[in-house]
Design a protein around this ligand. Structure first.
Ligand code: IMP
Ligand code: MG
Length: 178
C-alpha cells in the first residue's frame, strides 16, 4: 500500500483479482438466467457505479442500464421512508429488472426500493449485490445474486465510501478501528 489514502486501511479484504472473480461468478449466473430476455440493470448511485460497470462488461447477453439515487430515513426503523434523489429515466413496466447494489447492510433501503419498483409493474425484479453484510439486517430482504459475504467491519474501496472517500481504491479494504 503506497497511496496516502491507504493509511486509513487496516487490511485488504478483497484484492483486484478477488473482485474480478466475484464479478465473473455473478455475471455467469445472470448470463445464464437472462439469456434472450434483455434485462435492465438498475444501478444505485453512487456506490454501485464501479461494480455495475464491470458487471455489465462481463455480461454477454443483450442488456441495458439505468441509474437511480435514493436515500433511506430510518427514524422509525420498520417504516423507513425512501427518498428518491434521482429517478430512473425509463419506464420499467414489463421489463426484467435487476437492482445492482454495492452492499446490503440493514436492507432498509432495498426493502423500500423493491416495494416502489414493484408498484411500477416490472415483469420481474431481482437484486444483485457485490457484497452482503447479513449481520446488519433489519428488513426482510435477500439478494438473488451475491458476490461475497462480509462480517461487521466497515469496508471501503471499489465504489464503497467512508464520508465520500476511498471509492477510488481498486480493491476492497477494511477501515481501521471499524
Ligand atoms: P442499508 O442496507 O439500507 O443499510 O444500506 C446499505 C448502504 O449503506 C450501502 O449501499 C452503502 O452505501 C452503505 N454501507 C453499508 N455498509 C457499508 C460499509 O461497510 N462500507 C461502506 N458503505 C456501507
Ligand atoms: Mg449505497
Amino acid at each position: 500500500m503506497t497511496n496516502e489514502l491507504e493509511k486509513y486501511i487496516d487490511r485488504v479484504l478483497y484484492s483486484e483479482d478477488d473482485i474480478k472473480a466475484m464479478v465473473q461468478k455473478v455475471a455467469a449466473r445472470i448470463n445464464e438466467d437472462y439469456a434472450g430476455r434483455k434485462p435492465l440493470l438498475v444501478a444505485l448511485l453512487k456506490g454501485a457505479v464501479i461494480f455495475s460497470a464491470d458487471l455489465m462488461r462481463a455480461l454477454i447477453i443483450d442488456c441495458e442500464i439505468d441509474f437511480m439515487k435514493v436515500s433511506s430515513y430510518s427514524g422509525t426503523q420498520s417504516t423507513g421512508v425512501i427518498n428518491i434523489i434521482n429517478d430512473l429515466g425509463c419506464d420499467i413496466a414489463g421489463r426484467n429488472v435487476i437492482i445492482v447494489e454495492d452492499i446490503i447492510d440493514t436492507g432498509l433501503t432495498l426493502y423500500k426500493l423493491k416495494e416502489l419498483l414493484e408498484s411500477r409493474h416490472p415483469a420481474s425484479l431481482k437484486i444483485c449485490t457485490l457484497l452482503d453484510k447479513p449481520s446488519g439486517r433489519k428488513a426482510d430482504v435477500y439478494a438473488d445474486y451475491i458476490g461475497g459475504t462480509v462480517g461487521k467491519e466497515f469496508i471501503v474501496g471499489y465504489g464503497l465510501d467512508y464520508d465520500e472517500k476511498f471509492r477510488n481504491l481498486p480493491y476492497i479494504g477494511v477501515m481501521r478501528n471499524s
